[in-house]
Design a protein around this ligand. Structure first.
Ligand SMILES: [Mn+2]
Length: 387
């Protein structure tokens, strides 16, 4: 679902908890001076109306594109550190009625095997995302201009009963996908990728998985439990949610419990680019290997922040030394440009172990990179359709 006539509206039908707090008053959007695209929807809130997010003097400062996509507040008149913490200061679900892509928090970490705390990941990433700007110079795209992106808030789920939470998450993500074309999910521990992939597969069919992680996450069980943050992709494969013949792990490293873990993953049909293979073969080799594997079908990009070295992402539950630097990781993600990425997730940011928000900053930027890749994929599809 998408709209070229998006309006700022009060939306009371959201089935998710709001990001930040609810906005109190609404007017039609009017772009402010200083924005490079100022052809906004005309109109003002009534004088004396309560302020809404991104508003100065009762008028929104949000940049509205010619196509009616409502973007961020103009940073030249509304400082980045003001207002409610939505992802990248984008409109919340209460502010736009139609949207192309939703950023969704899933604050669940009952499936973690070592250090808990990723339930606070969505909040930390939203706060750290305030500095995200409009243009991605690496992939040459304006994701918030070309797509209506909204912060949908969080999907609430049971913190004690994992099967219940799995149902709540798959239903919640399915509800979001019923209203838009794609999602970028902020975890939460990696358990959430399984129920999310249920909803993704319902919409797109079995997808190609590009999985950045230091761990395979394809164990069959742990302590007898089938749904943990070490098992999501085994469950997804068992359910036929992903096409293993077009899927790839990237960044695997560290110690494992047994050599059989590697063999078992291969037997599922997965392929792996180990972390050290970037050193041996370079960026182009890695990018081509992924592209050749994945092809042109719909891709779900799942990224565990522990794929980055703990020097760059200490705030996570299961750190593994010897990982990608944040520079390497961003470059690898940008080299995925051209893949048909339809949705993705960024998981395992656990802010209690973070320092100076560096992990949350990296997570916020990775969400931006995934949104940018999705915007490029949409642009490519439009070009193909209209050719
Ligand atoms: Mn993982």
């Amino acid at each position: 679902m998408s709209s070229s006539s998006t309006q700022l509206v009060m939306n009371t039908s959201a089935d998710a908890a709001p990001a930040g707090a609810c906005c109190n008053g609404m007017g039609n959007g009017k772009a402010a001076k200083g924005a490079s695209e100022s052809e906004g929807v005309k109109g003002t809130a009534s004088a004396g109306a309560p302020a809404f997010d991104g508003a100065v003097g009762g008028e929104t400062t949000r940049v509205v594109s010619e196509a009616g996509k409502v973007g961020q507040p103009d940073p030249h008149v509304y400082p980045r550190y003001c207002g409610f913490s939505t992802y990248a200061r984008l409109p919340s679900i209460h502010e736009v009625s139609n949207f192309d892509v939703a950023v969704v928090g899933i604050p669940f970490d009952a499936g973690c095997t070592y250090r808990p705390g990723a339930r606070f990941g969505p909040e930390a990433i939203r706060c750290a995302s305030r500095l995200i700007r409009r243009y991605n110079m690496g992939t040459e795209v304006y994701p918030f201009r070309d797509m209506q992106v909204v912060d949908y808030g969080d999907i609430p789920c049971n913190p004690f009963n994992i099967p219940k939470a799995i149902d709540e998450i798959s239903t919640g993500v399915g509800n979001v996908l019923g209203r838009c074309d794609g999602v970028v999910i902020i975890g939460g521990d990696h358990t959430i990728s399984y129920p999310s992939l249920k909803a993704i597969s319902d919409k797109f069919g079995p997808v190609s998985l590009v999985h950045f992680d230091s761990h395979f996450d394809t164990w069959d069980e742990y302590f007898g439990e089938k749904c943990t943050h070490g098992t999501p992709f085994k469950r997804a494969i068992d359910d036929g949610l992903i096409d293993t013949s077009r899927s790839m792990h990237v960044g695997i490293r560290g110690s494992v419990n047994d050599h059989e873990d590697i063999v078992a993953d291969e037997q599922l049909g997965m392929k792996t680019i180990f972390c050290s293979e970037l050193d041996d073969n370079g960026f182009d080799w890695v990018a081509n290997k992924i592209k050749n594997r994945v092809g042109t079908g719909p891709v779900y990009l799942s990224l565990d922040i522990d794929v980055a070295d703990p020097a760059f992402a200490p705030g996570t539950g299961t750190p593994e030394v010897g990982g990608f630097s944040s520079r390497e990781l961003i470059r690898l993600l940008r080299s995925m440009k051209g893949l048909n990425i339809v949705s993705g997730d960024v998981v395992e940011v656990a802010p209690a172990y973070d320092h100076a928000d560096i992990t949350a900053q990296l997570g916020a930027n990775i969400v931006f990179e995934i949104l940018s890749l999705m915007a490029v994929a949409r642009r490519n599809k439009t070009a193909t359709t209209s050719a």
